[in-house]
Design a protein around this ligand. Structure first.
Ligand code: ADP
Length: 622
């Protein structure tokens, strides 16, 4: 505990926990434009306090002042430059004041606030303030001094006065207060005196606090509020009603990405409205969010951020579940094992998964946005989900060798495209699709036309390795899979390469030779010249006439033997460097060789030069 007693008098002086001091420094000097949020934060604290006392009055006979109206009163005192917010809620003991107001509950909150105030677009993100429990402190953006006068709801409790100027310390002393609850007095800074105007306060309430479930008064005049929307029939609600409610209870400026309104009477009665936000604050703050769904019973808040209503991995889903079947006095411990809650959870989760499936199939744009923001949650969820693991896995999106560049596919589509005898789902990891596509391990898969999922996020490996299989097909890394190009494929490949090489020789020899063919009869020799059948006849005719004319090479066929070691090497050079000079010399020499064998000694000077070139190369090779 960080409080420190400095002086022992009737008025005790305390120092704020050092995190709070830093937080106050940030808030007091903040240039945040929407300082009016302080009011929303204070009203919301009052509502929480009223909710708590409401449950007590319904379940606990010992509550003091049971008959007291549950309400929030705001009053403006222009002469004294004061705005006062008062509630008849649960109140605070002295310990509560020290514990709750003097410290920050969330350890990551300060980091979070620092980050959002440092970043250039901090104003928007600052809107997340309320979600991280710095609510009360935001009043120091408008007030130079704050007093809290509070009295706990239990009979015989003392009242306390808490005071601070937003510097490093605060004081607490005993005081008098007629009724239970909390009164917060803000002495406004000069630059915040707009909040002494009742129209200004009204407009802030209209904007931020429309759904407050208790009567709200400004200078004794009731401000009209709206009913909790989850109990209203879907047909009576418009998109804007859902959005407005979302903005209110999420303290959000923007609308949600999507919403889902559920009602059920059996096996358990409940109403629920759930939302997916447009952004993911975990990305900014590195703080893991609390669960996002609040539990109500007959419109009374039972537990905020109730972890039992949806799995933790779906903590980004915000909303409410209200069930008449949940007793008001249910404790946190009982909630965990409560049968009704478990039934609700199962129902809600299934509906949420159905909704995502629908979006994925039918409203792709929306689903892609949700995926962009919350893919880590889905990936985190898959190994942690038992009952609906397959349904959740089907929501994962992947790049793949099948889909066009940077377009997603999913496991069902993959399985649908699998070859008949394929039993595994292949994946390969890399930083991005481009670098994955250059991986040698992919070659064999490409040749066999086997689809491979491209994983570009380490977490996906973890997810798939833990999932192990989808619809009975095991996941296998393409880099460890024992996939070979089989003999038949290899032969095909070699024939193709030999044909390419033959084409190359043709361009080198041009008209000097009639045709080039892959030999089917040569075993050891690299090549040979054969007559085309026409020529054979011709030659025979000439011979019979006693003609001794030289054979015409340009009409002959050169057969090459791709199995021969020299030809093999030449094919390989051709594959890697088709414009190689050495290859060209070798090709010419090969033809020279054959011509010599025919006994023709026409171009002898060139033959000698080429031979010497190759001899030189052989001589210089180390
Ligand atoms: P948060 O409301 O997010 O917990 P705050 O800083 O606004 O953070 O409030 C801290 C705590 O102080 C509350 O959780 C609550 O316990 C207590 N508190 C604040 N305002 C009131 C109030 N009007 N009545 C009773 N308790 C209050």
């Amino acid at each position: 505990m960080a409080e420190k007693k400095v002086k022992e008098t009737k008025t005790e002086k305390f120092e704020f926990q050092s995190e709070v001091q830093k937080l106050l420094e940030i808030l007091v000097y903040s240039l945040y434009q929407h300082k009016e949020v302080f009011l929303r934060e204070l009203i919301s604290n009052s509502v929480d306090a009223l909710n708590k006392v409401h449950i007590q009055t319904l379940t606990n006979p010992e509550v003091d002042e049971k008959e007291l109206d549950l309400r929030v009163d705001i009053s403006i005192d222009k002469d004294n430059k004061m705005v006062v917010i008062e509630d008849s809620g649960i109140g605070m003991t002295k310990e509560d004041l020290v514990e709750n107001i003097g410290t920050i509950a969330h350890s990551g909150t300060l980091d979070f606030v620092k980050k959002i105030t440092e970043s250039s677009t901090g104003n928007d993100k600052m809107d997340l303030i309320g979600q991280f429990g710095v609510g009360f402190y935001s009043s120091f953006m408008v007030a130079e001094e704050i007093k809290i006068i509070t009295k706990y709801y239990v009979k015989g409790s003392k009242a306390y006065l808490w005071q601070s100027k937003g510097d490093n310390s605060y004081t607490i002393e005993e005081t008098k207060k007629d009724h239970r609850g909390t009164r917060i007095e803000l002495l406004l800074k000069e630059e915040a005196k707009e909040f002494l105007e009742s129209w200004r306060i009204k407009s802030v309430i209209k904007q931020h606090s429309r759904f407050v479930p208790f009567p709200l008064y400004l200078d004794n005049e009731e401000i009209e509020s709206k009913e909790a929307i989850w109990t209203q029939p879907k047909s009576s609600l418009k998109e804007e009603d859902y959005n407005e409610f979302y903005r209110f209870f999420q303290n959000a400026k923007d609308d949600p990405e999507t919403h889902l309104h559920l009602s059920s009477d059996a096996p358990v009665q409940f109403n629920s409205i759930l939302y997916v936000p447009k952004s993911n604050s975990e990305i900014y703050g590195y703080i893991r969010q609390d669960p996002g769904v609040d539990l109500y019973s007959k419109k009374v808040l039972i537990q905020k951020a109730c972890p039992e209503l949806l799995p933790l991995y779906f903590r980004f889903i915000k909303g409410v579940v209200d069930s008449e079947d949940i007793p008001l006095n249910i404790s946190r411990e009982t909630i965990q094992n409560d049968q009704q809650i478990q039934k609700i959870r199962k129902f809600v989760l299934k509906k949420v998964l159905d909704h995502f499936t629908h979006l994925k199939e039918k409203e792709r744009e929306t689903y892609l946005k949700i995926w962009k923001n919350f893919h880590p949650n889905f990936k985190e969820g898959v190994p942690n989900e038992y009952e609906f693991q397959e349904k959740l896995s089907a929501l994962l999106l992947f790049y793949s060798s099948h889909s066009p560049k940077n377009e997603y596919t999913d496991l069902d589509s993959y399985v649908g495209r699998m070859k008949e005898d394929q039993i595994e789902i292949y994946y390969i990891f890399g930083n991005d699709c481009d670098s994955i596509e250059k991986k040698p391990a992919l070659e064999a898969f490409k040749k066999k036309d086997l689809e491979v999922l491209y994983l570009t996020d380490q977490m996906e490996i973890w997810t798939l390795e833990n999932l192990r299989q989808y619809k009975g097909k095991i996941f296998r890394s393409a880099e460890s899979a024992d996939i070979k190009i089989d003999e038949h494929d290899k032969e095909q490949e070699e024939i193709k390469e030999a044909e390419n090489f033959a084409g190359y020789l043709k361009t080198v020899y041009a008209d000097r030779i009639g045709e080039i063919k892959i030999s089917e009869r040569l075993v050891d020799s690299p090549c040979m010249l054969v007559d085309s059948s026409n020529i054979a006849y011709e030659r025979m005719g000439r011979m019979m006439k006693g003609d001794k004319a030289k054979p015409d090479i340009s009409k002959k066929i050169l057969e090459i033997n791709p199995q021969n070691r020299l030809i093999r090497e030449m094919i390989s050079i051709h594959k890697g460097k088709p414009d190689s000079n050495r290859l060209k010399t070798l090709a010419l020499l090969l033809l020279d060789n054959m011509i010599l064998r025919e006994g023709i000694l026409d171009d002898i000077e060139h033959i000698i030069l080429r031979t010497q070139d190759i001899m030189y190369e052989a001589a210089t090779q180390k």
